[in-house]
Design a protein around this ligand. Structure first.
Ligand code: GLY
Ligand code: MN
Ligand code: MN
Length: 444
């Protein structure tokens, strides 16, 4: 399938030019100065172009002939002693179908034979070794990353299928955790259940460090310690996903550890859910992520106003950035070979310098083939709210007593993976998010 990705990339370059693309794959990584090998995970651009999830490889794409050269490491018997199986050249060809297969130490030799005038590289570091080539040529490190980003943002059907599979397994894993959780368990026990379902289904690599946060921990956006005891009455925020052939799933659900939301938990949860629903009702090609972010923010503020947590005119609450006290991250991001995938900010588009929305990771019109997360949330972050409670410009919009009573609440986030289609979107996430449905699953 990666041949489609290479063709897409070729189509972006002038094929009359005497140029090549060179990309270095990832090498084996070790923990500090030891021989402990980290589990290998290919660099995403290299994986996109080759499908090769093996260390120490590189590629050349000849822009004139559109030929694909794959370079693989020459492994010896010692390697086999420690790592097992060593592939023959024929096996590499059979598996990855390059037009030409070489050993890694022949990169310069092949470049000499191809005599390119321009060599496109991802960055200066990847281009360094090419200085040894005794020939006149230009190294270009600007346009390749832009071209690859352009390609990766718009998914092919095959890529969407990988994401559907990552999501299919993620759906199962979420349900298992929802059914298993009980007060008195440790957060990591739920992580163990989640990971077991992924691994049993053949997904071996997490897409990011999973967040399994109970109670107040849920207000920490990147809480990954996952070792607190879960208490009766806690909400549990789970943000986790694995990869299928490199393609990530990234969901969040927030549910009551004891299977029943309290009234205030339900109220705040439903404020987030209403924000989510408003966004999902709006998503279609042409819609801008920043507009969706503001729509979710406003809808959630209306929910907090109904709960008498914030007070005042809704336009004032928005204009004075009160929403950012409770929703301090972006509404979502592109998803693909990386969880926070490439392409969120095309050249010339800058971040919006405004509280809350400044952390939005994607700012462009949605188009069919894009996959994004939608992940509104409301959090009670003491480090944000203590100063706000003291600040007259902010506390006039807060029910200070109620906010102060919620400083241990934690937070609620709901996150789905959305593939934009010609007519709207396909929701790749299929895990209950209505209060009744969640309680039903948890108490079945
Ligand atoms: N778990 C990271 C994110 O949702 O963006
Ligand atoms: Mn997430
Ligand atoms: Mn996300």
């Amino acid at each position: 399938m990666q041949h489609q990705h290479r063709e897409k990339l070729f189509s972006l370059f002038d094929d009359n030019q005497n140029g090549v693309v060179f990309v270095q794959g990832k090498e084996t990584m070790y923990r500090y100065g030891t021989d402990y090998e980290f589990p290998f995970r290919q660099e995403s651009n290299f994986w996109y172009l080759t499908g090769v999830n093996e260390a120490d490889c590189s590629l050349i794409l000849d822009l004139k002939t559109e030929e694909y050269h794959l370079f693989v490491p020459k492994r010896d018997a010692q390697y086999a002693v420690w790592h097992g199986y060593v592939k023959s050249k024929e096996q590499y060809v059979e598996e990855y179908k390059p037009d030409h297969l070489h050993y890694q130490n022949d990169v310069l030799k092949v470049l000499k034979e191809l005599k390119p005038d321009v060599i496109y590289c991802l960055d200066d570091e990847q281009a360094e070794f090419i200085e040894d080539l005794d020939r006149n040529f230009t190294v270009e490190t600007e346009s390749l990353i832009d071209a690859l980003t352009y390609c990766r943002v718009l998914k092919t059907d095959w890529e969407l299928d990988q994401m559907r599979e990552a999501c299919r397994v993620n759906n199962l894993a979420y349900l298992e955790v929802m059914k298993a959780i009980k007060p008195g368990m440790y957060e990591y026990e739920l992580k163990a259940i989640f990971n077991k379902v992924q691994i049993e289904n053949g997904l071996l690599q997490d897409a990011y460090n999973g967040i399994f946060a109970s109670g107040v921990n849920a207000s920490i956006l990147h809480y990954v310690e996952n070792k607190s005891l879960i208490k009766d009455g806690d909400l549990f925020l789970m943000d986790a996903g694995f990869e299928c052939n490199g393609y990530a799933a990234d969901y969040t659900r927030t549910f009551p550890a004891n299977g029943k939301y309290t009234d205030i938990q339900k109220g705040i949860y439903n404020s987030v859910l209403t924000g989510m629903t408003a966004v999902l009702d709006t998503i279609k090609p042409g819609v801008k992520m920043e507009d969706l972010h503001m729509l979710a923010s406003r809808t959630m503020m209306e929910g907090l106003k109904d709960l008498d947590i914030v007070r005042g005119d809704i336009d004032d609450l928005m204009n004075e950035n009160i929403f950012a006290l409770f929703f301090p991250h972006g509404l979502g991001h592109f998803l693909g070979l990386d969880t926070h995938d490439v392409g969120g900010y095309p050249k010339g588009v800058d971040r919006i310098d405004r509280p809350g929305i400044q952390f939005l990771r994607a700012r462009r019109d949605l188009q069919p083939g894009m996959v994004v997360t939608i992940e509104p949330g409301i959090y009670f972050v003491p480090a944000v709210l203590y100063p706000a409670l003291e600040d007259p410009a902010k506390n006039k919009f807060l029910n200070t007593e109620k906010v102060a009573s919620l400083l241990n609440f934690g937070g609620v986030r709901i996150e789905d993976d959305i593939a934009v289609t010609e007519t709207g979107f396909e929701n790749l996430t299929n895990v209950p998010k209505e209060v009744d449905e969640i309680e039903q699953v948890m108490n079945a």
